[in-house]
Design a protein around this ligand. Structure first.
Ligand code: PPS
Length: 293
């Protein structure tokens, strides 16, 4: 991969973006989904990798052992809108997937998801994470990811998060957008990071029931163990240690995996202002989050 510079944020179709996710726009919008494709949709840092790995194990854990030992998760579950210089684009990787179903990742807000996913009635697994922990995780990710704009210090980043000035736009619109869509679209399974931390096994079971999978209990238990934070952090195929643009000396990709780490970052004043702003932004939705479990 060629070395890359931290990109600038710009407005794209009404949301903040960087060019790595818009350079291939025509091919992204014209992507041809198949009816059995499964789209993993999230706001960045909400649990994408976790749920991608669960899905991969549910479908392909017993098929090809080399898939588990040699193929990083981001090759098994391509990131649709990614277009980094010197690497195959997400669309190319998705088009070349030999599996059925194809598992495909996106961070696009619901209104920018390529229309063929809806036309083909694909299943969508959406994961949401409470805003405070999501912001903290995104802050540390932007510090260590040279493919993201400079986050600035925590206070600067938090203000940008509230203003929706991060890549993929406002958290508020993202989580609410898929929540509203789910009200009329039974093919969306809406999950919460906090529920996964609280009881991963239960969430795997719910996922199986959404997908119509009759995975035996012992296997579900094996998968639940394999996707534990510590196991994924040790596993070079799931911990992103093979990606050169991430600087693990600054912060690891598998950082803490906790609910409530926001308490180690927000000052009392930041918390008060955040909550006031949050109430305004979320006043018209029935969507509820837990910031502790
Ligand atoms: S990305 O870059 O948007 O795809 O990142 P994403 O995978 O969505 O989110 C990364 C955060 O999820 C945490 N994570 C986990 N937590 C608990 N258990 C497991 N198994 C797990 N896998 C990933 C990861 O640690 C990041 O959260 P933070 O809070 O930064 O630790």
């Amino acid at each position: 991969m060629k070395s890359i510079n931290r990109p600038e944020l710009f407005d794209f179709e009404g949301i903040s973006m960087v060019h790595y996710f818009t350079d291939n726009w025509e091919n992204i919008q014209n992507f041809k989904a198949r009816p059995d494709d499964i789209l993993v949709a999230t706001y960045p840092k909400a649990g994408t990798t976790w749920v991608s790995y669960i899905l991969d194990l549910l479908y392909f854990g017993n098929t090809a052992p080399e898939r588990q030992t040699d193929l990083p998760i981001f090759m098994r579950v391509p990131f649709l809108e990614a277009a980094f210089p010197g690497l195959p684009s997400g669309v190319e990787l998705a088009d070349a997937l030999p599996t059925t179903p194809r598992l495909i990742k996106t961070h696009l807000p619901v209104q920018l998801v390529p229309k063929s996913f809806w036309e083909q009635n694909c299943r969508v697994v959406y994961v949401a994470r409470n805003a405070k922990d999501n912001a903290v995780s995104y802050f540390h990710f932007d510090r260590m990811n040279m493919g993201e704009p400079e986050p600035g210090d925590w206070n600067t980043f938090l203000q940008k998060f509230k203003d929706g000035k991060n890549v993929f736009g406002p958290w508020y619109d993202h989580v609410c957008g898929y929540w509203e869509k789910k009200q009329t679209c039974s093919n969306i399974h809406y999950m919460f990071f906090e529920d996964m931390v609280e009881n991963t096994g239960r969430e795997v079971e719910r996922l199986c029931s959404f997908l119509g999978l009759s995975t035996p209990t012992e296997e579900r238990e094996r998968i639940t163990k394999g996707v534990h934070f510590d196991a994924m952090k040790q596993n070079n195929m799931t911990n992103y240690s093979t990606v050169p643009l991430l600087d693990f000396k600054i912060s690891p990709f598998m950082r803490k995996g906790k609910v409530g780490d926001w308490k180690n970052h927000f000052t009392a004043a930041q918390n008060e202002q955040f909550e006031e702003h949050y109430r305004q932004k979320m006043k018209n939705t029935t969507l509820q989050f837990r910031t502790e479990i």
